[in-house]
Design a protein around this ligand. Structure first.
Ligand code: XMP
Length: 521
């Protein structure tokens, strides 16, 4: 298989852009993923490894307890001639471990800098004499290790890059993985050329590779998949369907927190386009709404919903155990951003919100299968397209696992959900009528738990308000508010106030992410 014949691993030293490095390498055609910096040589030896990247990180190499590359890993890479590239903290760490000197910079350097490559060959092939790069560091390398050349400087860093064409070990102080370093792609591409890894990674081999791995892992055992009808779980359904056919049991839970078209959409697509053999619809709306009664705290809503989902899956599994044989695995459409924002990737990242499929209860009976856990949404969409899933599914706007509960701010009641559902339909219809769906990442209303005074048909109203959220994004990590055409927005607001009982005012949320998140809870 082309993809994983050759891999370049990224060792995670806690840097916020670590995952972006792996993503960039994949974009450049080489399979890449992240491993903790504490990785054992044994694990590396099992991999068809062509190169190692050391990520950035918040520590200082002289700090007590600062993360270090295990000596055995360094020796192994040097002995085997495996090319290494240290970025930022990784650069300083390699310099220090190989005998160079690192010292504390006078002040932290954060932002754009001009980089002067000394040679425009090898790692810096194709660069200009001056390149804008993105820096974020306190310490800096003062002297390169013996036997290593200074490959570039900036006004503050005498050794902004060092390396050796004999050992193929390189360090760069700047971040090539971020968009603010325009030559970054070239530098990473040059490093891949140095590793000699074949540029064969693409979504098609990923599909084959993943299907083969699932087949091997699952064998004749059975898998239950929580299928929501969103892009991620649908792509997992298609992958599993390809891998294990009728051993896959898809469970669509109607939790009472869905939009009005969610259930028919799933029933339709998964009977026609992805004809999974076993689609089970479980109506658990009463149960979810009872569990959520009176709850207003967003994290508590997520916890309750996550646990209720697992309870429902476990009960369904028990029924299936008797009918078709024991269900061993639970598959989920978790993707990388779900994990970052739920802080399960590294102890350094902050918890933003517990995406329900990450916050699983302890002691769950299933083993987990999450084939998309390393990918971003746009990569998942590309896989969906490769699998031949219909565009209406692949291009579907994301919908959170906890559904309308996190858009029904405050108490979640049937009545408020119905109000929100109707407003949601109107927003979708108006966006579709304006022909702008392709420009948008998400567009939805949220019901606010505030009442304001209005006047309708000469009478006073004292009703709740709807906030419309409409954003553009590439990967949901950041998002921009959509600059609506005023007439479209006004028409949408007018329809909501006229058609949705109990709503007398509409707001448009004009906050980007960050500082806001996309969902309001
Ligand atoms: P936020 O609100 O964190 O959302 O900016 C980023 C993206 O993730 C979706 N989202 C969720 N998806 N379970 C999910 O599966 C969740 O609990 C959840 N919360 C937010 C959100 O719709 C957006 O696309």
């Amino acid at each position: 298989m082309a993809t994983k014949d050759e891999v370049v691993v990224v060792l995670d030293f806690g840097g916020q852009y670590c995952h972006l490095i792996a993503r960039r390498l994949r974009e450049l055609g080489v399979y890449s993923f992240i491993l903790p910096y504490t990785v054992k040589v044994k694990r590396l030896k099992e991999l068809p490894i062509k190169g190692i990247v050391l990520s950035g990180g918040p520590s200082s190499v002289y700090e007590k307890g600062a993360p270090k590359l295990p000596k055995a890993v360094l020796s192994y890479a040097l002995e085997e001639g495996i090319p290494m590239l240290g970025i930022c903290y990784g650069h300083q760490l390699l310099a220090k471990m190989l005998g160079g000197t690192v010292e504390s910079g006078k002040e932290r350097e954060y932002g754009r800098a001009t980089f002067y490559p000394r040679r425009r060959t090898g790692l810096f092939e194709g660069l200009w004499e001056e390149e804008t790069v993105w820096m974020s560091h306190g310490d800096l390398v003062k002297d390169p290790p013996e036997g290593y050349e200074v490959l570039g400087t900036t006004s503050t860093c005498p050794v902004a890059a060092f390396g050796s064409e004999d050992s193929h070990v390189y360090g760069i102080q700047f971040h090539p993985e971020v968009a603010h370093t325009p030559c970054g792609r070239k530098v990473l591409g040059n490093f891949l050329d140095i590793t000699g890894a074949a540029r064969t990674w693409s979504m098609a081999p990923f599909v084959e590779e993943t299907v083969a791995r699932i087949k091997k892992e699952v064998g004749k055992k059975r898998v239950l998949l929580g299928l929501s009808g969103g892009v991620d779980s649908s792509v997992v359904a298609a992958l599993l369907h390809k891998a294990i056919g009728s051993s896959l049991h898809c469970v669509f839970v109607d939790n009472g927190l869905l939009r009005d078209n969610d259930r028919p959409f799933v029933e339709d697509i998964f009977s026609k386009n992805v004809p999974v053999k076993n689609l089970h619809i479980v109506d658990a709306s009463e149960r979810f709404l009872t569990a959520l009664k009176g709850v207003t705290d967003p994290e508590e809503k997520r916890r309750i919903i996550g646990h209720t989902f697992i309870d429902v899956f476990e009960e369904k599994a028990k029924i299936l155990d008797k009918k078709v044989g024991r269900i061993e695995f639970l598959a989920q459409g978790t993707i990388y951003p779900d994990r970052v924002e739920s802080a399960s990737t590294s102890k350094h990242s902050a918890k933003i919100k517990s995406h329900h499929n990450v916050a699983l209860p302890e002691g769950m009976r299933f083993s987990l299968i999450e084939p998309l856990a390393e990918l971003y949404k746009d990569e998942v969409r590309a896989i969906g397209a490769t699998l031949g899933l219909p565009r209406e599914l692949v291009d579907r706007q994301p919908f959170p696992g906890p559904g309308l509960a996190v858009r029904c701010l405050g108490k979640v009641t049937r009545e408020r959900l119905d109000t929100l559902r109707l407003a949601d339909r109107i927003v979708r219809e108006e966006v579709a009528a304006a022909g702008i769906t392709k420009e948008l990442w998400q567009y939805f209303p949220a019901l606010l738990p505030v009442r304001t005074v209005g006047v309708m048909g000469d009478a006073r109203t004292y009703n709740e308000a709807i906030a419309i959220r409409c954003v553009q994004s590439i990967d949901a990590m950041t998002a921009n508010v959509y600059p609506f055409d005023w007439d479209v927005l006004r028409a949408m607001a007018a329809r909501i106030v006229n058609e949705v009982k109990g709503v007398n005012r509409v707001f448009y949320d004009i906050t980007d992410k960050p500082p806001a998140t996309i969902e309001m809870e």
